[in-house]
Design a protein. Structure first.
Length: 227
């Protein structure tokens, strides 16, 4: 059971409980204000619940000490809608930065970054600066950075929100590829069409309450049920 309150004392999440197993691919959906971003922040340990527990990789996040948080977060890749790339660095440098932050030897970085960029279709963009990239290329750079340290969990918060349909599909296919490689993927999204076509597990929140948890489902099913 999880409960967390906003400043207004209205529960942002109330009695929400779900389990995501290793290797799952899950969409977290719901209207604006439903509690999706709060759920992601709880998993990242950027928030803590008022009551209840958040267990990730066997660890109770509420009991993590401050000095343990950087090590905990290294095991979770995060992709944001606004990319959060370093504009003064190249594509290579943006991805390398994530590895430098955890003390990866330079030799390993030089070897691994080109492999990651090739995986996301940016092998020929390593020396490009961020302002030279399209929105889709920037998002793929962000995904490469999130996966640079092989995290077992990847959270993507509205990863297609700023993209055209073709670029959005490229991003979803990449998330599927990461999932096939063994990464557990949680996608927070409003993208109805993408969710419907993917046919994956859906966890739906409504006003901070869990209203649906179904496998092989779609966004439209929620819409029909709610009239």
């Amino acid at each position: 059971m999880t409960k967390i309150y906003e400043a207004s004392e209205k529960a942002a999440l109330d009695n929400v409980s779900f389990r995501i197993d290793k290797g799952d691919f899950v969409f977290l959906i719901g209207a604006t204000g439903a509690g999706k971003t709060t759920a992601a922040r709880l998993i990242l340990r950027e928030d803590t619940p008022t009551c209840g527990e958040i267990i990730v990789n066997g660890k109770n996040t509420g009991k993590l000490r401050r000095r343990e948080l950087p090590y905990y977060r290294r095991k979770i890749g995060m992709v944001f809608q606004d990319y959060r790339l370093l504009p003064y660095k190249t594509v290579f440098e943006n991805v390398a930065f994530a590895m430098e932050a955890v003390g990866e030897p330079r030799r390993n970085i030089e070897h691994k970054v080109p492999q990651i960029l090739s995986l996301v279709g940016l092998g020929n963009k390593a020396e490009s600066h961020i302002e030279q990239l399209s929105g889709g290329e920037q998002q793929r750079t962000a995904m490469a950075r999130a996966m640079a340290n092989n995290p077992p969990i990847l959270i993507a918060d509205e990863p297609t929100g700023n993209l055209d349909p073709a670029s959005a599909w490229e991003v979803m296919h990449l998330l599927e590829r990461f999932n096939r490689l063994g990464t557990t993927v949680l996608v927070v999204t409003h993208a109805r069409d993408l969710v419907n076509k993917m046919g994956r597990r859906i966890i739906e929140l409504e006003n901070g309450v869990l209203v649906r948890d179904e496998r092989n489902s779609d966004y439209d099913g929620a819409r029909r049920r709610n009239g």
